[in-house]
Design a protein around this ligand. Structure first.
Ligand SMILES: [Zn+2]
Length: 194
Protein backbone atom coordinates (compact mmCIF):
# COMPACT_ATOMS: atom_id res chain seq x y z
CA UNK A 1 0.00 0.00 0.00
CA UNK A 2 2.87 2.37 0.70
CA UNK A 3 4.64 1.61 -2.57
CA UNK A 4 5.30 4.87 -4.44
CA UNK A 5 3.69 6.90 -1.63
CA UNK A 6 5.25 9.61 0.51
CA UNK A 7 5.02 8.22 4.06
CA UNK A 8 6.53 8.28 7.51
CA UNK A 9 6.14 5.86 10.43
CA UNK A 10 5.82 7.03 14.03
CA UNK A 11 5.94 4.12 16.46
CA UNK A 12 5.97 3.43 20.17
CA UNK A 13 7.00 -0.17 19.45
CA UNK A 14 10.50 -0.97 20.64
CA UNK A 15 10.89 -4.25 18.80
CA UNK A 16 12.71 -2.82 15.71
CA UNK A 17 10.32 -4.45 13.23
CA UNK A 18 9.71 -1.22 11.28
CA UNK A 19 13.41 -0.50 10.73
CA UNK A 20 13.77 -3.99 9.27
CA UNK A 21 11.27 -2.99 6.57
CA UNK A 22 11.87 0.74 6.02
CA UNK A 23 14.87 3.08 5.99
CA UNK A 24 15.72 4.60 9.40
CA UNK A 25 15.01 8.12 8.11
CA UNK A 26 11.38 7.09 7.51
CA UNK A 27 10.81 5.74 11.04
CA UNK A 28 10.71 7.56 14.39
CA UNK A 29 10.97 5.26 17.43
CA UNK A 30 9.93 7.57 20.23
CA UNK A 31 9.91 4.97 23.01
CA UNK A 32 13.38 3.62 22.32
CA UNK A 33 14.79 0.61 20.51
CA UNK A 34 16.06 -2.70 21.90
CA UNK A 35 19.07 -2.67 19.57
CA UNK A 36 20.81 -0.22 21.91
CA UNK A 37 22.09 -0.04 25.47
CA UNK A 38 22.37 3.02 27.69
CA UNK A 39 23.89 3.53 31.15
CA UNK A 40 21.24 2.50 33.72
CA UNK A 41 22.05 5.67 35.66
CA UNK A 42 22.03 7.90 32.53
CA UNK A 43 25.46 9.28 33.53
CA UNK A 44 26.19 10.29 29.91
CA UNK A 45 24.19 10.65 26.71
CA UNK A 46 25.77 7.56 25.08
CA UNK A 47 23.90 4.67 23.53
CA UNK A 48 25.69 1.67 22.07
CA UNK A 49 25.11 -1.63 20.31
CA UNK A 50 23.13 -4.22 22.28
CA UNK A 51 22.65 -6.75 19.50
CA UNK A 52 25.98 -8.57 19.86
CA UNK A 53 26.08 -8.64 23.69
CA UNK A 54 22.48 -9.90 23.83
CA UNK A 55 23.23 -12.58 21.23
CA UNK A 56 26.23 -13.65 23.35
CA UNK A 57 24.05 -13.81 26.48
CA UNK A 58 21.38 -15.86 24.72
CA UNK A 59 24.03 -18.23 23.39
CA UNK A 60 25.58 -18.58 26.87
CA UNK A 61 22.17 -19.29 28.44
CA UNK A 62 21.52 -22.29 26.25
CA UNK A 63 18.39 -23.95 27.61
CA UNK A 64 18.78 -22.36 31.04
CA UNK A 65 18.12 -18.88 32.40
CA UNK A 66 21.60 -17.95 33.73
CA UNK A 67 24.50 -16.11 32.17
CA UNK A 68 28.11 -15.86 33.37
CA UNK A 69 28.63 -12.73 35.51
CA UNK A 70 31.18 -11.33 33.07
CA UNK A 71 28.50 -11.17 30.36
CA UNK A 72 26.31 -8.76 32.36
CA UNK A 73 26.61 -5.65 30.21
CA UNK A 74 28.40 -2.72 31.85
CA UNK A 75 29.03 0.82 30.77
CA UNK A 76 32.84 1.22 30.70
CA UNK A 77 32.61 4.97 31.42
CA UNK A 78 31.17 4.58 34.97
CA UNK A 79 31.35 0.80 35.46
CA UNK A 80 27.61 0.74 36.16
CA UNK A 81 25.12 -1.63 34.62
CA UNK A 82 23.91 -1.12 31.09
CA UNK A 83 20.22 -1.01 30.38
CA UNK A 84 18.08 -1.39 27.23
CA UNK A 85 17.42 1.98 25.61
CA UNK A 86 13.63 1.72 25.98
CA UNK A 87 10.92 3.40 28.02
CA UNK A 88 8.85 1.28 30.34
CA UNK A 89 11.09 0.21 33.19
CA UNK A 90 14.13 2.02 34.55
CA UNK A 91 15.49 5.40 33.47
CA UNK A 92 14.82 5.90 29.80
CA UNK A 93 17.60 8.11 28.41
CA UNK A 94 15.95 11.05 26.66
CA UNK A 95 19.05 12.57 25.09
CA UNK A 96 20.34 13.13 21.57
CA UNK A 97 19.06 9.87 20.12
CA UNK A 98 15.61 10.50 21.53
CA UNK A 99 15.53 14.08 20.21
CA UNK A 100 16.57 12.85 16.76
CA UNK A 101 13.46 10.67 16.65
CA UNK A 102 11.21 13.65 17.39
CA UNK A 103 13.09 15.85 14.92
CA UNK A 104 12.50 13.35 12.10
CA UNK A 105 8.73 13.16 12.60
CA UNK A 106 8.34 16.89 13.34
CA UNK A 107 10.22 17.91 10.21
CA UNK A 108 8.23 15.46 8.07
CA UNK A 109 4.87 16.67 9.35
CA UNK A 110 5.64 20.39 9.30
CA UNK A 111 6.90 20.28 5.71
CA UNK A 112 3.55 18.79 4.69
CA UNK A 113 1.09 20.82 6.71
CA UNK A 114 -0.50 22.34 3.60
CA UNK A 115 -0.61 18.98 1.76
CA UNK A 116 -3.24 16.29 1.70
CA UNK A 117 -2.05 14.11 4.55
CA UNK A 118 -3.61 11.07 6.19
CA UNK A 119 -2.89 10.31 9.83
CA UNK A 120 -3.43 6.56 10.02
CA UNK A 121 -3.44 5.27 13.59
CA UNK A 122 -2.98 1.54 14.11
CA UNK A 123 -3.74 -0.10 17.43
CA UNK A 124 -3.13 2.65 19.98
CA UNK A 125 -4.19 1.49 23.46
CA UNK A 126 -5.44 3.45 26.46
CA UNK A 127 -2.16 3.61 28.39
CA UNK A 128 -0.29 6.11 26.23
CA UNK A 129 -2.69 8.09 23.98
CA UNK A 130 -0.41 11.14 24.33
CA UNK A 131 2.32 9.83 22.02
CA UNK A 132 0.44 9.13 18.79
CA UNK A 133 -3.32 9.46 19.16
CA UNK A 134 -3.67 12.92 20.70
CA UNK A 135 -1.02 14.55 18.42
CA UNK A 136 -2.78 12.96 15.42
CA UNK A 137 -6.11 14.44 16.57
CA UNK A 138 -4.57 17.89 17.06
CA UNK A 139 -2.72 17.85 13.74
CA UNK A 140 -5.76 16.63 11.82
CA UNK A 141 -7.80 19.39 13.39
CA UNK A 142 -5.30 22.15 12.63
CA UNK A 143 -4.06 21.16 9.14
CA UNK A 144 -6.50 22.21 6.42
CA UNK A 145 -6.21 19.10 4.20
CA UNK A 146 -5.56 16.44 6.81
CA UNK A 147 -7.65 13.34 7.44
CA UNK A 148 -7.56 10.79 10.27
CA UNK A 149 -8.37 7.08 10.32
CA UNK A 150 -7.93 4.87 13.37
CA UNK A 151 -8.03 1.10 13.22
CA UNK A 152 -8.41 -0.56 16.59
CA UNK A 153 -9.76 -3.90 17.74
CA UNK A 154 -11.39 -2.41 20.87
CA UNK A 155 -11.81 1.34 20.95
CA UNK A 156 -13.96 3.65 18.88
CA UNK A 157 -12.92 7.18 19.87
CA UNK A 158 -13.32 10.13 17.55
CA UNK A 159 -13.39 13.70 18.85
CA UNK A 160 -16.53 15.59 17.84
CA UNK A 161 -14.38 18.25 16.12
CA UNK A 162 -13.05 15.58 13.73
CA UNK A 163 -16.39 14.15 12.66
CA UNK A 164 -15.98 15.53 9.13
CA UNK A 165 -12.29 14.68 8.85
CA UNK A 166 -11.94 11.31 10.50
CA UNK A 167 -13.26 7.84 11.11
CA UNK A 168 -12.53 4.87 13.34
CA UNK A 169 -12.71 1.25 12.29
CA UNK A 170 -13.11 -1.33 15.04
CA UNK A 171 -11.62 -4.48 13.58
CA UNK A 172 -8.46 -6.51 13.19
CA UNK A 173 -5.73 -4.31 11.67
CA UNK A 174 -4.37 -7.08 9.45
CA UNK A 175 -7.81 -7.76 8.00
CA UNK A 176 -8.60 -4.07 7.36
CA UNK A 177 -5.27 -3.46 5.61
CA UNK A 178 -5.71 -6.60 3.54
CA UNK A 179 -9.20 -5.44 2.48
CA UNK A 180 -7.91 -1.95 1.68
CA UNK A 181 -5.09 -3.40 -0.39
CA UNK A 182 -7.58 -5.59 -2.26
CA UNK A 183 -9.72 -2.55 -3.14
CA UNK A 184 -6.63 -0.59 -4.23
CA UNK A 185 -5.50 -3.43 -6.50
CA UNK A 186 -8.99 -3.74 -8.00
CA UNK A 187 -9.08 0.01 -8.70
CA UNK A 188 -5.66 -0.15 -10.34
CA UNK A 189 -6.88 -2.94 -12.57
CA UNK A 190 -10.01 -1.00 -13.50
CA UNK A 191 -7.88 2.06 -14.33
CA UNK A 192 -5.43 0.09 -16.42
CA UNK A 193 -8.25 -1.57 -18.39
CA UNK A 194 -10.10 1.68 -18.96
ZN1 LIG B 1 26.91 5.47 34.03
Amino acid sequence: MLKGKDFFILTTNQDTQFVKLYPEEKVAEIQGDHRFFQCAACCTDDTWDAVKPVADMVAAMGDGTRIPTELIPKYPHCGGEAFPWVRGYGNFLQGKKYEEQYEKISRYVLERKEHKILFLELGVGRITPMFIQEPFWNLTHSFPHARYIAINNKYDFLPKQLEDKGMTIVADIGKVLQDARFVMTENEEVTSHA
